[in-house]
Each structure stands twice: as C-alpha cells, then as structure tokens.
Write a protein that binds this ligand. Structure first.
Ligand SMILES: [Fe+2]
Ligand SMILES: [Fe+2]
Length: 245
C-alpha cells in the first residue's frame, strides 16, 4: 500500500506535474521540508482503479474536502429531486434512496466520524473554534435525522401525501450542509495543521487512510465516486456540459 521511492522518481514527478494527476497527492509536507514520495507506477492514468498501490499520502484536509465533493454531488441530486417533487414530475426514487444510503455510508458513518473523533476534540481541547465545532456537532446529529427521514420516505412507492414532506427534508438537508461543508473547508480544515503541527498532521493522514480502508474497503473513495456518477445518470444529470452557463 505504501508509495515507493524508486529510480523512476524523476519521470514520475514530472509526469504527475504536467498531467495534473487526479488522485491522492504525491507530495507530502513533513516538518523540515517537502518529502517527495514516488509514484506507485511510472505511467499516468486517469482511472482511479488502475494500479495496485493506492497513494497514501493525501493530506487530511484534502481527504475530507474530496469527501465533501461526494456530499455536494448528492446534494445536487437532492435539489433536483425536491424540484421534481414540487412540480409533480417523475422522480427516480430508487436513485434518491441510493443517494441517501451513500450519504449515510460515506459521509455520516465515515467522514463525520473522522471529524468527531480526530478533529473536533483537538479544537475543543485547545479552546479553538469551539463555537463553530459545537454547531458542527449539532448539525451532524440533525443531518442523520434528516437522512433517516429521506430514507424512510424514498423506500418503495412514494405516496402523494409524502411528496411535500420529502421535498422539505431534502431542502433542509441542503440548506444546512452547504454552509456546514463550506465552513469546514474554509475555516476548520485550514486551521487543523497549525493546531496539531506538521508531524501529527502527517500521522493523521495515515490514520484517515487506515480508517477509510476499514470503513469503506479498498478504493472506497473511488467506488463512491463511481456510485454517485451512476446516480447522476439515473437522474439524467450526468452531462456536465449541459450545465455551462
Ligand atoms: Fe461536518
Ligand atoms: Fe465535513
């Protein structure tokens, strides 16, 4: 699993640099300097599943932010679902239920557990951003309640009487999580490194990696990206070019 520093390092370094490598970062900042860890293989690939090694030197903030990307992609489906419910348009209820299941598995049972176990206590102990952390904790609890509601309502055939309730739950979820994730991305996560120091920050990345494999399995993030892409297809929202303003 560990990345290896090989003789092909230079090739790898420049290949990654100029091909805008898409996966876990291969630069790891550790204390006195930047340690460059080699690529697992010499050629670049856009496929998240190619290659036997998984880069394990992503920073904790990058790890958490890209999970917010999964969250945002499901929230986009929630927006569309709420609109369809209001306008009495057909809704891919199974895909909506699968979106809620993805939120439960990747965000609530994994990502938020990381925040609750590894981030929030450190800020609380240091007396930093305590008010923000208190609110974020509360919102995790409310988010799980909303996901319970969305899951229950999107099981099986949707009754007409439940359409407005479901639309409201989807909107409330998005209304809360957009600023929640944005505040974490712009305030909490950037403060983490300064709070714990470079060494502990690097170790945190390794702990996240271990947890990810434990909770989501090998290539857990990449599988989640594949899954959300399938859900976008089910909603007919997979063509990004159509969204160009
Ligand atoms: Fe959070
Ligand atoms: Fe988060």
């Amino acid at each position: 699993m560990r990345s290896r520093f090989t003789a092909s390092f230079a090739t790898c370094y420049f290949t990654r640099m100029f091909t805008n490598q898409p996966r876990r970062g291969f630069l790891k900042s550790a204390g006195a300097g930047v340690v460059l860890l080699g690529c697992a293989h010499g050629s670049h690939s856009d496929s998240p599943h190619e290659g036997g090694d998984k880069d394990d030197n992503v920073t904790p903030a990058e790890d958490l932010m890209r999970e917010h990307g999964i969250l945002r992609r499901v929230m986009y489906l929630y927006d569309d679902a709420a609109r369809r419910l209001d306008e009495h348009h057909e809704l891919p209820v199974d895909a909506l239920a699968a979106g809620a299941a993805l939120i439960r598995r990747v965000i609530e049972d994994y990502h938020e557990k990381l925040e609750e176990e590894f981030l929030f206590p450190r800020f609380e102990k240091a007396g930093k951003l305590v008010e923000l952390v208190t609110t974020l904790r509360k919102q995790h609890v409310v988010g799980r309640t909303l996901t319970d509601q969305i899951t229950a309502l999107s099981k099986g055939k949707l009754a007409d009487s439940d359409r407005a309730t479901l639309a409201s739950a989807l909107r409330r979820f998005n209304h809360m999580y957009r600023p929640h994730a944005a505040r974490e991305d712009t305030v909490l996560f950037p403060a983490l490194r300064g709070l714990v120091g470079a060494k502990a920050y690097g170790e945190l990345g390794e702990q996240f990696e271990h947890k990810e494999t434990q909770m989501l399995g090998e290539h857990g993030f990449e599988h989640a990206v594949d899954e959300v892409a399938r859900l976008e297809q089910a909603f007919g929202l997979d063509d990004l070019t159509k969204l160009t303003a």
